[in-house]
Design a protein around this ligand. Structure first.
Ligand code: GH3
Ligand code: MG
Ligand code: MG
Length: 338
């Protein structure tokens, strides 16, 4: 596979750029497919013989995990987040319906498809299972081929739903978070920082003279520039709760929980330098011969109920200061009583 990749990369000199990129994408896809792990299926049934039957039916297309009670199964699901759960209905202590409602209440396991595998087979039982939130219902004795086919269908549906969910929160052009994701993260981080009484930093980042960039190099080059700027800044976003989002147009917002004024200044400066280091030519900028950004940063310890407008306005004021005082710079402040 590496040999192929090298071969296609060597084609650059023949200017087969588009073909090379397509081939490279296909090779990446093949590499991923080859290293992809098997789908992980958790089977929960109190009768070990039933688990053995399921194991034999699944063959070696899946990685099987087993649990002999609802409680053990839930603990296992929370720990290993399987791709799909096969759940027996009649079990002592906690039956399948109780187990399902617990799985649905936990954020980690809420979206895992659950198939009931049960000796009950009346339409009323089936309706009850589906109404309780089961993805499907299979009667014992199971037919191995049907079981595998149904599992594959639900795994595909789950993958598609995950992809859609992810797309809803991603900016189409740059691939970083969008406004919807930003709103959600802001609410969560505001609450977390308020609980911990720790500082929350929000930065507004705006590309300098970007209208001029579009006018000089064209809108497509402008789009490529936006992508490169977003990628460079995203590479500098280290911690898992930090977030870079496209706010709109050529403006981005960065969110840094547990970051005080001094940390914010250092972080903002790092982002500014990362963009400058891209060295994207901008011949008509009065600031520098390359693309640059101005950054306004505001830091506060959240005190009140969620209201992020003062923090956003404060960062916006700082951005305005950065623009007015020459661009390609950082202005930052602290906001009291956030
Ligand atoms: P300043 O330094 O004061 O920020 O000047 P500016 O030219 O960057 O600011 P202005 O708000 O006047 O212009 C923003 C430009 O950003 C105008 C618009 O065409 C461009 N823009 C916004 N969204 C996109 C986009 O998705 N793609 C491209 N190529 N350009 C965009
Ligand atoms: Mg702007
Ligand atoms: Mg701008």
């Amino acid at each position: 596979m590496h040999g192929f990749r090298n071969c296609f990369q060597a084609c650059t000199r023949f200017q087969f750029d588009v073909a090379r990129e397509r081939c490279s994408q296909i090779i990446t896809w093949l590499e991923n497919a080859m290293t992809e792990r098997l789908p992980r299926i958790l089977a929960i049934d109190d009768v070990p013989a039933n688990l053995l039957t399921l194991g034999a039916a699944l063959g070696d297309c899946f990685e099987l995990q087993i649990a002999t009670s609802g409680a053990i199964g839930i603990a296992q699901a929370l720990q290993s987040t399987p791709d799909l759960i096969l759940l027996d209905v009649m079990m002592p202590e906690m039956d399948g319906y109780q187990a399902l409602s617990t799985l649905r209440a936990e954020p980690t396991t809420r979206d895992i498809p659950v198939i009931f595998v049960t000796a009950q087979n009346s339409p009323a039982d089936e309706m009850r299972a589906l109404e309780a939130g089961a993805a499907d219902f299979i009667s014992k004795p199971i037919n191995p081929a049907v079981l595998r086919a149904r599992i594959q269908t639900h795994l595909t549906l789950k993958r598609q739903a995950d992809q859609l969910r992810a797309m809803v929160f991603v900016d189409g052009l740059t691939g970083v978070a969008n406004r919807r994701q930003l709103d959600e993260s802001l609410l969560n981080e505001w609450r977390a920082c308020r609980r911990a009484q720790s500082p929350l930093t929000l930065m507004m980042i705006d590309i300098d003279h970007f209208k001029q960039f579009n006018d000089t190099y064209g809108h497509l080059a402008g789009d490529a520039c936006l992508k490169a700027v977003a990628a460079a800044m995203n590479a500098g976003i280290g911690r898992s709760h930090d977030l870079l989002a496209r706010f709109g147009g050529e403006e981005f917002v960065c969110l840094f929980p547990a970051t005080d004024l001094i940390g914010a200044r250092a972080k903002a400066e790092q982002l500014r330098l990362a963009v400058q280091a891209l060295a994207i030519p901008h011949a008509d900028s009065s600031v520098a011969p390359v693309v640059t950004v101005s950054i306004g940063s505001a830091t506060t310890i959240p005190m009140a109920e969620y209201n992020v407008d003062p923090l956003l306005n404060c960062a916006d004021d700082q951005l305005y200061q950065a623009k007015r005082s020459g661009r390609n710079r950082v202005c930052s402040t602290e906001l009291q009583n956030g």
